[in-house]
Write a protein of this length. Structure first.
Length: 571
């Protein structure tokens, strides 16, 4: 009886926390979309409910244009991401291409680049007037020109930076697929190319669909890339349009809430479609018989294939990094000729001196690290509690906890920011304007990622270890402290690291929640860009990139230590 009461109380506590983090802000966002009350001026006054905001939004041609641009940019980017991701996964898993370990490790590097930094790098490379690529074409007397201030530019940048999502899903599926199915097709007379499209790809269709929809969903919520590539030519997508609504005078918070609801509904429908497509169909490719994934012998073609893979990595990693370095250290971006590019007199630390003379720079770094630590520690503890309840107990209500903790998958970061704006700005003495509201928004935003990252650790620990602890007289808390937490520590550290990195680079949620005292690095970087100084923007982009690299390296070292300790305990 006591145990049952404690289980109910524990589930009730988790549901209350999830309601506070997710349900309440979303309900307030919906209320904001259905009323004409200004939360800044009126607070929580008398609400006059109507659907006028939705009517206004749905009949506004600017919203229709933003929606069309969103679908074109995200749809086109998804196609590019699927082509690159599928090709990379096939090359790494199913061919004898050299240097496959290097390609596998390097292929996920784009995930660590903050979207805003990626956008800034391609502004430096692909600006129609001063872009380094166009300058290079001019030097070699080629009458070519690239312009990334277009929908095509958005499609390209989206595609190359979110291909790793498709790669991760499809590479795992290819590793787990029985090669005898392909061998049977080839015995029947099918060529290797025909087998690839008639057997291999159809059998990993769940992974392809999952990667495709995830890439599209992530692109829908990105603000940084459209903000820097679309703004100069007034190309609005839904995320940039929502932010513009809140920046007008007076701010149109209600209209922004209505557009945010529409974006959330579109994202939610895609998540539902993903589940619907994958439910009820059999794609079984792994049976009880042992097998080893087959490598296709490309013969002399393996070197050109390796060259194409390295070319992609140079385009997505090396070229943008070099562009940021040139812009950050060069005094002026005007480059007369090739000799001027390598003239060391044209380079200095002036942009770094300028950004660090700004007191907001150090404040933003401190705030970003503080918010990241709060998010990682608090969010990691909450995710551990949620994951343990879902995967290791039979507590009543755990399915509801699973549903609520997964709900933010369908809520883009920008929408989370608008929802938290509506939830807290009208409350006197509330959380708005503090570091904590940023941390809470990030915890809610990335909760599905954190719980998913921890799920593998929970599923790998056999229940007999817990049962042995119970037989020795340990209670639930004692078992968690002495068995689960030590053995799951590598996964816990990885999940906290993921939370920390994601919170450091998050822009969409921050835009509506920061103040001058709580400005974080991503927001200040956007301010530098909108101020028109590419040199300062590039310098601060490098600062953010180096900080993320150091933190990720430290976390990997910590995770390896935890893994070795965990192995020692089980040994």
């Amino acid at each position: 009886m006591r145990l049952n009461f404690l289980s109910v109380a524990w589930v009730a506590l988790l549901l209350a926390i999830l309601a506070f983090l997710v349900v309440y802000p979303v309900l307030m966002l919906l209320l904001g979309a259905l009323t004409d009350t200004n939360p800044v001026v009126d607070g929580f006054g008398v609400f006059r409910l109507s659907v006028e905001n939705f009517t206004t939004v749905l009949t506004n041609p600017n919203v229709g244009e933003a929606l069309a641009n969103t679908l074109i940019a995200c749809g086109g980017g998804t196609v590019v991401a699927v082509v690159i991701g599928l090709a990379f996964s096939w090359i790494v898993v199913r061919t004898n291409t050299p240097c496959k370990r290097f390609l596998a490790a390097a292929s996920i590097l784009p995930l660590f680049a903050p979207p805003l930094v990626a956008g800034v790098a391609w502004v430096i490379l692909g600006s129609p007037k001063t872009g380094l690529i166009n300058t290079l074409f001019k030097w070699v007397n080629l009458d070519w020109r690239v312009d990334f201030y277009t929908l095509g530019g958005l499609v390209f940048v989206f595609g190359i930076y979110y291909a790793p999502y498709v790669y991760m899903f499809t590479a795992s599926a290819l590793r787990n697929m029985d090669p005898s199915l392909e061998e049977a097709a080839e015995v029947s007379g099918a060529s290797a190319f025909a087998t690839l499209f008639s057997v291999t790809f159809p059998l990993i269709m769940p992974a392809i669909i999952s990667g495709t929809l995830l890439s599209f969903i992530v692109m829908l919520g990105i603000y940084g890339i459209p903000a820097v590539l679309g703004a100069p030519t007034n190309i609005n997508v839904l995320t940039t349009y929502i932010f513009k609504l809140t920046n007008w005078s007076p701010p149109l918070y209600n209209t922004a809430a209505a557009v945010a609801i529409i974006l959330m509904v579109v994202t939610g429908l895609l998540v539902y479609l993903q589940q619907k497509v994958l439910t009820g169909r059999s794609y079984t490719t792994v049976a009880g018989k042992a097998f080893r994934p087959r490598s296709v012998d490309l013969g002399p073609w393996r070197w050109p294939v390796l060259g194409l893979a390295v070319l992609y990595l140079c385009i997505v990693v090396v070229l943008p990094l070099l562009a940021l370095i040139v812009a950050a250290f060069r005094k002026f971006m005007f480059i007369r000729d090739a000799a001027s590019l390598v003239d060391l007199r044209q380079y200095s630390m002036v942009h770094f001196d300028s950004i660090f003379d700004n007191p907001l720079t150090l404040r933003s770094i401190y705030n970003a690290v503080e918010v990241g630590l709060i998010t990682a520690l608090t969010g990691g503890i909450l995710a551990f509690a949620i994951g343990y309840t879902i995967y290791r107990t039979r507590a009543p209500g755990r399915r509801t906890i699973d549903l609520l903790s997964t709900l933010p998958v369908a809520i883009p970061g920008l929408v989370i920011g608008v929802a938290y704006l509506w939830a807290w700005i009208g409350l006197p003495g509330g959380l708005y304007g503090t570091i904590w509201i940023l941390a809470l928004a990030f915890i809610a935003r990335f909760m599905p990622d954190t719980v998913k990252a921890l799920s593998t650790s929970f599923l790998q620990i056999h229940r007999e270890l817990e049962e042995a602890a119970w037989l020795c007289g340990k209670g639930m808390l004692g078992t968690i402290r002495t068995i689960m937490l030590p053995l799951a520590s590598p996964g816990v550290i990885a999940a906290m690291t993921l939370l920390f990195v994601l919170s450091i680079r998050e822009l969409g949620s921050s835009l509506f929640l920061y103040t001058s005292n709580t400005m974080v690095m991503s927001v200040l970087l956007l301010d530098y860009y909108e101020g028109g100084n590419i040199g300062k923007t590039a310098a601060f982009s490098l600062v953010q990139t180096v900080l993320l690299g150091v933190l990720i390296g430290f976390a990997n070292w910590l995770s390896r230590g935890a893994s070795q300790a965990s192995v020692g305990r089980t040994g």
